[in-house]
Design a protein around this ligand. Structure first.
Ligand SMILES: Cc1cc2nc3c(=O)[nH]c(=O)nc-3n(C[C@H](O)[C@H](O)[C@H](O)COP(=O)(O)O)c2cc1C
Length: 242
């Protein structure tokens, strides 16, 4: 790893938050230029670098159902949208430390359906409770005090208090290692609660209040919106003519 620049002046308030929330505690944190080869560092360091640079990540609070009808909820921030035709979303599903499948993964493999419930500020604490590794016989939905309501095109219910929900059908899974699966699914229906989207599909970001994940236990809220119009090539040429 190459470090450049002197330390000290780059210490920030965020560095102090990291100090108090993770395992990398330093007496004197500095922010030099970092240039690191991924093959030379451990997996947890790669995880830390990627998850604190590629931010904020949206959170999918996934409801899924076992073959015998037990509904499960768990959050996933290795989540994003990858196209509109077909409308594809992806989830990065890891195995548990004991290498068993998470309930969400096992349920989607079995039923091929699930719902992505989007997370707002009101739902954030309940979302965090659903991430607790409850034994199979204990429901995270009950523990988090979440009410479910029927979906339309999939059998799996959605979370009634979510600001928005995407009904999904499994399309394809790619396993890079036994522990890591990239799961692709098609969105077959979107639902939003009143006040979030108008009939031209414009979203009111203030009413929506989405929560994003930073690294570890850090989250972000209240997106600060600014506008920047796309520039047509002809306009660019006109504006930049010598
Ligand atoms: C905000 C947040 C995001 C998470 N993102 C992921 C993720 O992208 N992939 C993953 O495998 N686990 C992720 N987890 C951990 C799972 O939610 C956790 O392992 C959960 O217990 C799985 O539940 P399940 O066995 O009911 O599916 C995340 C946890 C939190 C709190």
């Amino acid at each position: 790893m190459r470090r450049q620049s002197s330390c000290g002046e780059f210490r920030t308030s965020v560095a102090r938050i990291f100090d108090s929330t993770n395992d990398d505690r330093h007496e004197d944190i500095c922010m030099p230029e970092i240039d690191v080869r991924f093959a030379n560092i451990a997996a947890d360091r790669r995880y830390k670098i990627l998850c604190s640079l590629v931010i904020p990540r949206p959170i999918a609070l996934v409801t899924s159902m076992s073959e015998d009808g037990v509904v499960n909820a768990a959050p996933f921030s290795f989540f994003n949208v990858f196209g509109d035709t077909p409308p594809i979303i992806a989830l990065g599903l890891h195995r548990r430390p004991d290498r068993t499948l998470k309930d969400t993964t096992a349920n989607i493999h079995a039923t091929r359906e699930f719902v992505v419930n989007l997370v707002d500020e009101t739902l954030a604490e309940a979302m965090n409770i659903t991430a607790i590794d409850f034994p199979a016989q204990e429901s995270e939905i009950v523990a988090a005090n979440l009410a479910l309501t029927a979906s339309t095109d999939v059998k799996v219910p959605r979370i009634a208090s979510a600001p928005a929900a995407l009904e999904c059908r499994w399309v394809h899974s790619v396993s890079f290692t036994a522990e890591r699966e990239l799961l692709l699914a098609e969105v077959v229906r979107a639902w939003t609660r009143e006040g979030v989207m108008d009939d031209k599909f414009n979203v009111d970001f203030v009413a929506y209040q989405p929560v994003g994940r930073l690294y570890y236990s850090l989250y972000t809220r209240k997106p600060e919106v600014f506008e920047m119009q796309r520039i047509a090539h002809a306009d660019w040429v006109k504006a930049n003519k010598p």
